[in-house]
Write a new protein. Sequence first.
Lengths: 103, 246
Amino acid sequence: MGEFPLLKGLKEQFSGKGLAMVGVAVDTACDRARETARKHGLTWPQVCEGKALKGEVTRLFNVDATPTYYVLDREGVIIGKKVQAEELQRIVAEALAKPAASR
Amino acid sequence: MKALRRVLVVVFSLAGPLLAAQEPAVSTVADTAAQEVSRVQELITAARNEVRLFRQAQPTVAWESSPAKAKVQALWDYGREHAMSAAGGKATSETLQILHQAGRDAEVTAKVDTLGAQEPAWGEVLWVLLQTAESSGDWSAFIAKTQWVIANTGDATLRAKLWFTLGRVYRETGRREEAEAAFAKAAETSPSQGLADSSKGAIYEMHNLNQGQDAPLFTVQALSGDALSLEKLRGQVVVLDFWGSA
């Protein structure tokens, strides 16, 4: 949860500039996750499967601890895998600086 | 290096359950288990205190003639006399931890080489050895000793956990093929489904979740009730944030 201010900063900085954020609550209790998201002002789309580390999305990205971050470029290619929170700002800024390629 | 630190934290979280999974060993001495534990705790406290004083007095005091060395030796001796009990295992692993913190990693390695394969403290002992490898950047002693315990222990749970740990160390040090083989061993041999799943997940990740690969796609219902499709976010840079409430 300590990382939430950093994520909100990211959202503010790049909002409307081509950044989409998706939160996945790794939790068994989605009511609690919803409440946490509300309380901390996580305004971007949130997913909760209610299965903690056994959730499908969680397993798809082999998440074994929280927080875990991935960054995808405009084409959906992984450009940041299980990166540190402090690296997000740089990776996102670099990816946004590249023009959208046609594919 | 940050990535490695993260791996080490995860590996450390394995070390606790490693010990917890041990059957309580039968002591060969008359002490009750509770007496043994409190005796070990006294010895640990004494050794820690003296090592702290020793470090504060650096560089004027020689280790060889210091009270710190004597107290650490007393703790180690207790571990040797009660090698197969839980309290003795605690004495053994704590000795090594204290020596590591005192900067005496060569001694840690030498002492680890004298331990028997069936001793109960290997989970904790290898955690200390892993810390010495991390400080020096030399993983050879850790890898060799872990392989030796795998080959010689009678504890199937420990063996599978060590294959998994070895997989992580290989992966983080760029030895991909060995990493995959070690994860496969862990998946095959683990008596616990959780560790088998984690091992399969690690192999899956090595194949599918590398930088430069297309991210796997998913469509789910978001907490808002709306459908959320990763594919529909094409054209935008996406940050996926997996977070925990607890």
